[in-house]
Ligand binder design. Structure first.
Ligand code: KG4
Ligand code: ZN
Length: 339
């Protein structure tokens, strides 16, 4: 058990960010260090699991030192340790998870293994002490999910992607348009110079349920670009990017608001890398205002993978005396508990 104002060190290494943070009382971020591996994976157009694991191994000790020094605390001041247990890339997860358990054991402090998606939801708790009930839209490179949350720690899945995650669709289309990796931020930037109404791409399952599907949209973009190339017409990549982004954003905005309405909940929180998207933040903000719903939009640095969200989720459990046994391993397919 740790005190309510205890210091938790959070480690996140599930994908391609080596991230460590120190958070006091589950709310106050003393440091939040993110070492991105974008430049290592860019030549391959996507995350290479072995390269990610090796880079985590090389960088994690430095990132931990930096997080402690930025927070102006010593290792012995830490009251508990949290690390992402899953889901994610097994080699990448193992580095941070094993390091977190080893730190907790050697300091004789409690340890919490955190579900990555719960971490993304805790970004909103960190941001402005958001309390349930709320709808959570988590949109990242690996997930596109809508949850209803009536109390922290318990999440009811309302909708999920049936194929690609939203971030995956951004990354694949960016690669197809030669915009580099990671694709989301590249499309976000290029779209500011394009017309979002230039091309009417499909909004799959727009009016049907709360699940998502992006594979048809991806195919439509590829077919459109190939058709233009074949006819020799001028391709305005900015228009393609903006129209593609608009289609993805529209579906997310509509489904998030519909979920709130159907469940009669008046707060929506967003998280995950795609929640850093400027157009999504803008359109969701407008729709929430019109629908009388409070929208919680964490800072961009809390939307992308980071250690602070993991520390906050870990603090939530450790401060109730709930810790994860050190025998438990990292789990690349970890399920989000609904109890
Ligand atoms: O949450 P995250 O950092 O890692 C995962 O848990 O997957 O999300 C990464 C994803 C990538 O697909 C990236 O392209 C996307 O988030 N992303 C964005 C933006 N920034 C990151 N997508 C759209 N617009 C952005 N500004
Ligand atoms: Zn993530």
């Amino acid at each position: 058990m740790i005190e309510p104002d205890g210091l938790v060190l959070g480690i996140e290494t599930s994908c391609d960010e080596t991230a460590v943070a120190v958070v006091r009382g589950g709310r106050e971020i003393l440091s939040n260090v993110i070492a991105s591996q974008d430049e290592l994976h860019a030549p391959y157009g996507g995350v290479v699991p072995e390269i990610a694991a090796r880079a985590h191994l090389e960088r994690l000790p430095l990132v931990i030192d930096r997080a402690l020094s930025d927070a102006r605390v010593a290792l012995r001041d830490i009251d508990g340790v949290a690390a992402t247990r899953g889901p994610g890339l097994i080699g990448a997860l193992l580095v941070g998870y094993a390091a977190g358990k080893a730190m907790a054991a050697s300091l004789d402090k409690p340890f919490s293994g955190v579900h990555h998606i719960e971490g993304h939801i805790f970004a909103s708790v960190l941001h402005d002490d958001t309390k349930p009930p709320f709808i959570a839209l988590v949109v990242s490179g690996g997930h596109t999910s809508l949850f209803a949350c009536h109390e922290l720690g318990s999440y009811e899945v309302l909708g999920e992607t049936l194929d690609d995650a939203a971030g995956e669709a951004f990354d694949k289309i960016a690669r197809f348009l030669d915009l580099g990796y990671p694709g989301g931020p590249a499309i976000d930037r290029l779209s500011t110079r394009g017309n979002p109404e230039a091309i009417d791409f499909p909004r799959a399952m727009r009016n049907k349920g709360l699940d998502f599907s992006f594979s048809g949209l991806k195919t439509a973009v590829v077919r459109y670009v190939r058709g233009l190339e074949a006819s020799g017409d001028n391709l305005k990549r900015a228009d393609v990017a903006a129209s593609f982004q608009e289609a993805i954003v529209d579906v997310q905005v509509e489904k998030a608001l519909r979920a709130a309405k159907e469940r009669d909940l008046h707060t929506i929180v967003i998280g995950g890398g795609v929640a850093a998207n400027a157009r999504l933040r803008e359109k969701l903000g407008r729709a929430a205002e019109e629908g009388g719903v409070r929208l919680v939009v964490p800072d961009r640095k809390l939307c992308v993978d980071n250690g602070a969200m993991i520390a906050a989720a870990g603090h939530f459990r450790l401060s109730q005396g709930i810790s994860t046994p050190l025998e438990a391993s990292a789990d690349p397919a970890l399920q989000l508990s609904s109890d």
